[in-house]
Design a protein around this ligand. Structure first.
Ligand SMILES: Nc1ncnc2c1ncn2[C@@H]1O[C@H](COP(=O)(O)OP(=O)(O)OP(=O)(O)O)[C@@H](O)[C@H]1O
Ligand SMILES: [Mg+2]
Length: 248
């Protein structure tokens, strides 16, 4: 049985939890362990989730990672920075008109942050929705108050998980790298191309992003014989581009 939550579009959220397949939940725990390991050796609090193109599973990965981190008692906030789609709100059923990041930015007053935060009781995570969709997302994200907002979130939470649009499609993810300690690049078999992943890596490195690693999300459900739609997300590898200097 699937615990996928239907949204108004064709999109679904596959969540970790008691009804999810064991390997699916385990894969996220393994990703959590890798991140905790990185945190122990340096600052790894604000983690940006991005990918090359749409529908590789960024938002699913961001939500499940946030829930898994909260499951080990961490205070986690998930920030929806996909200002074109606000999928986090759709997946988590937060009303469309709810105040969010853009409203806090335009108010120029970080103290308005508390009214925008939404606590999701069942999962223990807090969400900062997008807010009013702006005509100029990249410009808005580039304003200095964005740094102050992230600073306030970093003070109040153990982890700040940031969901973004694809890095090769719009510049928002690259703009946000300045507030992130590291980036997880999501790839998905059948969707991601080698060239697309390489281009994303180059785009991220051009803004001095610290790429923590790659999350391989989903493998063919039919091949694995699953009928409930879940494909497992695996923490595929992590590498430190500063240490390895690879251009793969
Ligand atoms: N591991 C998975 N198993 C099965 N389906 C998945 C998995 N991950 C994502 N999907 C499906 O792929 C679609 C896109 O997922 P999601 O919204 O998370 O992608 P995205 O990369 O955030 O997309 P966008 O770039 O448009 O924001 C959804 O319908 C979702 O259910
Ligand atoms: Mg998304």
């Amino acid at each position: 049985m699937s615990n996928a939550k239907k949204t108004s579009s064709h999109r679904k959220l596959f969540t970790v939890g008691p009804n999810a397949p064991f390997p699916f939940t385990e894969a996220y725990k393994s990703l959590r362990t890798n991140l905790e390991f990185l945190s122990a050796s340096g600052n790894c609090k604000t983690i940006l989730i991005t990918s090359s193109v749409p529908e590789e599973g960024k938002t699913n990965v961001a939500i499940n990672l946030a829930i898994t981190l909260a499951g080990s008692g961490k205070r986690v906030v998930l920030v929806d920075c996909d200002m074109r789609k606000s999928t986090v709100s759709r997946y988590m059923r937060i009303p469309r008109g709810h105040a969010g990041l853009t409203n806090v930015i335009t108010s120029r007053d970080v103290s308005t942050l508390s009214t925008a935060l939404v606590r999701i009781k069942e999962t223990g995570i807090t969400i900062l929705p997008v807010g009013t969709i702006p005509p100029n997302p990249a410009e808005l994200l580039a304003t200095p108050i964005t740094e102050k907002i992230f600073g306030a979130l970093q003070n109040a939470f153990d982890y700040v998980i940031v969901d973004t649009p694809p890095v090769s499609v719009v510049t928002d993810a690259a703009v946000l790298c300045r507030v992130a300690d590291g980036v997880l690049l999501v790839v998905r078999p059948g969707v991601t191309t080698i060239q697309g992943a390489q281009l994303s890596k180059k785009n991220l490195e051009a803004v001095n992003a610290h790429i923590l690693g790659v999350v391989m999300n989903g493998y063919n459900a039919k091949k694995s014989g699953r009928k409930d739609g879940y494909s497992y997300a695996y923490s595929y590898s992590y590498y430190d581009n500063k240490q390895q200097g690879s251009d793969e």
